[in-house]
Structure formats: structure tokens, C-alpha cells
Design a protein around this ligand. Structure first.
Ligand SMILES: *Cc1c(COP(=O)(O)O)cnc(C)c1O
Length: 227
């Protein structure tokens, strides 16, 4: 029998046909060559996610300028300046110092940069993110209200890497509850509309739990080779 490997275009179309219209698909292209991104681009995809700033900058320079670049990885403060001219959404913001630097760099480019606060929903120590209560304190702080070049447009979270669906569901529910509790806050640079949760292995569950933005890599581009 001839098992044909699905193309990037077919993978994309399969995913898009199964997710609701209100859910945005971020195609996670980290480690993948620009030729793979162009294949997805030619199939209509315009939003791509990267987790390393330098790699994202190189791809931004090489690829069509109507692509929206999302930074989905942990951000080092001293590297914000390299992506400030073009990044369209920074998912993993989990401290005020980083927000302050994003604001400073955005100002230099006369931009307002959209950010998501990363909430720690997994028990694992390795995951970055803020406690829900700390996110609330940050949002209500006077210091935040002075940042005119950032806009917090929602929350991001990563579930524990496990086969235990109930555990993942509990963690996704925590992110959704946190979003719902923060949403009523009226703060000029807080415009909550995005819940970024769900990856290749768990995006269906994430959507069922309220995700509005999924970050999918290997189900589109195939598994990653880090060598
Ligand atoms: C790599 C990565 C993804 C995509 O993972 P897949 O399992 O390949 O879909 C999503 N979110 C973040 C933060 C990532 O680093």
C-alpha cells in the first residue's frame, strides 16, 4: 500500500476545517525552513509563531511582509529591541520589567505592541508564567497604567505535558476562569479578547475549554528535529 504523507497544505486545511471560526490558528514554525513557511503561506496562512527572537527576525526579513509574527517563547528583556519593529503579538509576558521594556522599544517605533500575560496553569516547575492573583495585581497597578505603548489583549497558558486529559482540562479551565475574572477590569491598556491555549496534542480540548487562539506546530509542519 502506498501511504502518502500529508502535505503542509493538507494538514492546514484539515485543522482549519475542524476548528470554529472564532478560533485563530497560529502556525508554529520554529526550527522549520522558510520554504515550509512559504508552503503554508501559499495555502493562505498568515499568522506564524516562533519561540526564538533571532530566528523570527531572520524569517521576518526573508518572507512576505503581510505575515503576522507572534513570539510564543520566553522573552529575554535584552532581546525585545530586535523584534519591536514588527512583532504583532507577544504571548509569553510574565513580569512587569519585561512589559516596561516592550513599552520602551515600542515607543521608539511609534507603535503599540499587543501582549498576552502568561499564566502559570501547570504544576510543573519548568513552566513560566504568573499566578492568577499576581496578574490581577499587575493589571491594577499604577505602574502599568503608565505604559502607553503596550496593550494587554488576553492571556496565554501551557498545560502540563501529560496523557491525563482530566489534568489538562483542569488547567485549561483555570486559564478560562482567570480570564473571566480579569475581563471586567477597566484599564485603558487592557483589552481582553484572546485566550491562547492549545497545541498539536490538546487543541481540541483547549477549544472546548474556551480557547480563542491555538498554537499548532507539529500537526502542520511535522515533527521537529533539533539536531
Ligand atoms: C512549540 C510550541 C507550540 C507548538 O507545539 P506543537 O506540539 O508542535 O504543536 C505551542 N506553544 C508553544 C509555547 C511552543 O513553544
Amino acid at each position: 500500500m502506498n501511504f502518502k504523507t500529508m502535505s503542509i497544505k493538507e494538514n492546514l486545511q484539515n485543522i482549519l476545517s475542524t476548528i470554529p471560526e472564532h478560533v485563530t490558528l497560529v502556525a508554529v514554525s520554529k526550527t522549520k525552513p522558510v520554504s515550509d513557511i512559504m508552503e503554508a503561506y501559499n495555502a493562505g496562512q498568515r499568522i506564524f509563531g516562533e519561540n526564538k527572537i533571532q530566528e523570527m527576525v531572520e524569517k521576518f526579513e526573508a518572507l512576505p511582509k503581510d505575515i503576522e509574527w507572534h513570539m510564543i517563547g520566553h522573552v529575554q528583556t535584552n532581546k525585545v529591541k530586535y523584534m519591536a519593529p514588527f512583532v504583532s503579538l507577544i504571548h509569553g509576558v510574565d513580569n512587569f520589567k519585561l512589559l516596561k521594556e516592550i513599552n520602551k522599544q515600542a515607543k521608539k517605533h511609534n507603535r503599540i505592541i499587543d501582549c498576552l500575560l502568561q499564566i502559570k496553569i501547570a504544576e510543573e516547575d519548568s513552566k513560566f508564567g504568573m499566578a492568577p492573583g499576581d496578574a490581577k495585581t499587575l493589571l491594577q497597578s499604577k505602574a502599568l497604567s503608565e505604559l502607553k505603548h503596550i496593550r494587554i489583549t488576553g492571556l496565554m497558558g501551557m498545560a502540563t505535558f501529560t496523557d491525563d486529559e482530566n489534568k489538562i482540562k483542569t488547567e485549561f479551565n483555570l486559564l478560562k476562569q482567570t480570564f473571566d475574572s480579569l475581563k471586567p477590569l477597566e484599564i485603558f491598556n487592557f483589552n481582553p479578547k484572546i485566550i491562547s491555549m492549545g497545541m498539536s496534542g490538546d487543541y481540541t480540548l483547549a477549544i472546548a475549554c474556551g480557547s480563542t487562539m491555538i498554537r499548532v506546530g507539529s500537526s502542520i509542519f511535522g515533527s521537529r528535529n533539533y539536531n
